[in-house]
Design a protein around this ligand. Structure first.
Ligand code: G3H
Length: 478
């Protein structure tokens, strides 16, 4: 079909009967880079039916065979790292090297999940009745983990491959089938990744990838009666999905406003390099990016100077050149970031660099002396702009962190481990990193957000467990 990428269902690459396409705009050139099919609700229904049918026999496929296919897909994915990375560069302006890393990490995640699955799912429990008061030893209970059915996976634009496989691999190893709705920016990378699973030889209907506008098929997918579990990563949409979804397990990873609390005894060079890595890698477009620095006043000047010096060394430009700072994903995102910057300017923040923007490219910016009345103190820019609030006590830092409606991760820098642990306990976030920037990986670590940052816990083992249900069989003795 010329230049419109086909969607994937029933082991076939298909054209949508809508005759419509969705354009994917290259964030750097701001021109149409690719087009994907705008799938119809009927096509979604068809994919759901196939997924339901395929799941039945997949659940009966021996666990080791399911693992074998996943290992195969992982190897193929790694072999295809160059073309997939190229799509990531064009669709989401991910710096070239990071794009390759995303694909390799995804292959590793798939293999690890296969390994972990054979262990976690290969075991059940055996219980006896006489441990509970009033019971004789007349009942034996055998438990195993059974699949949920059809998993709907919705990854975000910032990791269209990695955050897709972090849902696909646990779903499949556990005996589920899967319908993937990739983000528009990142859809072609995702289709290419799905192609690797196709080449590995997964059965017909087990995996589908439907493309289209969220506004047209989003609700239809998430409210579809054929869906038995939703795994979503993204923004506020997740809150809306949670409200509308039926009585099914949800795994949600939404935004974050990860705080970096810096105490007086912190190693400021270490802090500065982690602020750069945490705040500016992929231009701040990570849910786990450092999104606010809360630094003790006495070391604030020194820290700001060190961060400024490092920002001056960041390269700014196209992702093809592997620049540190690349264009943000869309014009609307750039406009939103600019709105936060303007608000901070009006309210008196100190600009450590001049604000500069060219199209979707925004130069890295550190805003000092940010106060709680500024929007940037609370909202996530998802861009290369980082606010600094100077604090006079640890309590003030913890208070700011906990006043946020987000609670994904946070980090604390100090040489006093005891203090760090007490601060970690006090921070209402899913994870606290001591002396390092927030990050999801390694991918087998538990990963979860409190409050508006999510539902459930991810990480390989948790995702496998989440996509299963316990089934008991009780043997009643005479
Ligand atoms: O954007 C959200 C991701 O889950 C963050 O992953 O910490 O590996 O960048 P990351």
């Amino acid at each position: 079909d010329g230049d419109v990428y086909r969607y994937y269902a029933d082991r076939e690459w298909k054209k949508s009967s809508s005759g419509k396409a969705v354009a994917i705009i290259n964030p750097t050139t701001r021109k149409t880079q690719y087009k994907v099919q705008a799938c119809t609700q009927e096509e979604v229904n068809k994919a759901m039916e196939s997924a339901k049918a395929a799941q039945k026999s997949w659940a009966k496929t021996p666990l080791w065979k399911r693992a074998e296919l996943l290992h195969k897909a992982a190897a193929i994915l790694k072999e295809h790292k160059a073309p997939i990375a190229e799509c990531l560069v064009k669709e989401i302006a991910k710096p070239a090297k990071d794009a390759v890393t995303e694909v390799v990490r995804s292959g590793d995640l798939v293999s690890y999940t296969a390994e972990e699955g054979v262990r976690v799912l290969g075991e059940g429990k055996f219980l006896v009745s006489d441990s509970f008061p009033g019971n004789e030893r007349t009942k034996y209970c055998l438990t195993s983990k059974i699949p949920l059915g059809v998993i709907l996976a919705i990854p975000p634009f910032n990791y269209p491959v990695n955050l897709a496989v972090s849902k696909i691999a646990p779903a499949l190893i556990a005996g589920n089938s899967l319908v993937l709705k990739p983000p528009t920016q990142g859809a072609v990378s995702a289709l290419h990744m799905v192609h690797c699973f196709h080449l590995a030889g997964f059965p017909k209907g087990l995996i589908s990838c439907v493309t289209g506008k969220g506004s047209e098929i989003g609700d239809f997918l998430t409210m579809h009666p054929g869906v038995n579990c939703i795994s979503f990563t993204g923004g506020d949409t997740g809150i809306a999905i949670s409200k509308k979804a039926g009585m099914i397990p949800l795994q949600m990873e939404l935004g974050g406003k990860d705080a970096c609390i810096v105490l007086e005894d912190a190693d400021l060079d270490l802090v500065a390099s982690n602020i750069i890595k945490g705040g500016f890698s992929y231009s701040g477009q990570r849910c786990t990016a450092v999104k606010i620095v809360l630094v003790m006043e006495s070391v604030a000047d020194a820290l700001v100077e060190k961060v400024k010096a490092k920002i001056a060394k960041l390269t700014v430009g196209p992702p093809e050149d592997d620049c540190d700072i690349t264009p943000v994903v869309s014009e609307s995102s750039a406009n939103f970031i600019e709105g936060l910057v303007k608000d901070a300017k009006e309210k008196g923040a100190t600009f450590c660099q001049d604000y500069k923007r060219d199209g979707n490219l925004i130069w890295p910016l550190l805003l000092d002396d940010v106060r709680p009345d500024m929007r940037i103190a609370w909202e996530e820019p998802f861009g290369p702009v980082l606010p600094v609030i100077r604090i006079n006590s640890i309590e003030e830092g913890i208070h700011h962190c906990n006043a946020s409606n987000f609670g994904l991760q946070g980090c604390v820098f100090t040489k006093d481990v005891n203090k760090a642990i007490l601060i970690s306990d006090a921070m209402e976030t899913g994870t606290v990193q001591i002396n390092s920037a927030p990050a999801r990986g390694p991918d087998h670590f538990p990963f979860q957000g409190l409050k508006d940052s999510g539902i459930g816990s991810q990480g390989v083992t948790n995702s496998i467990n989440m996509m299963t249900k316990i089934k008991s069989t009780v043997i009643n003795l005479p």
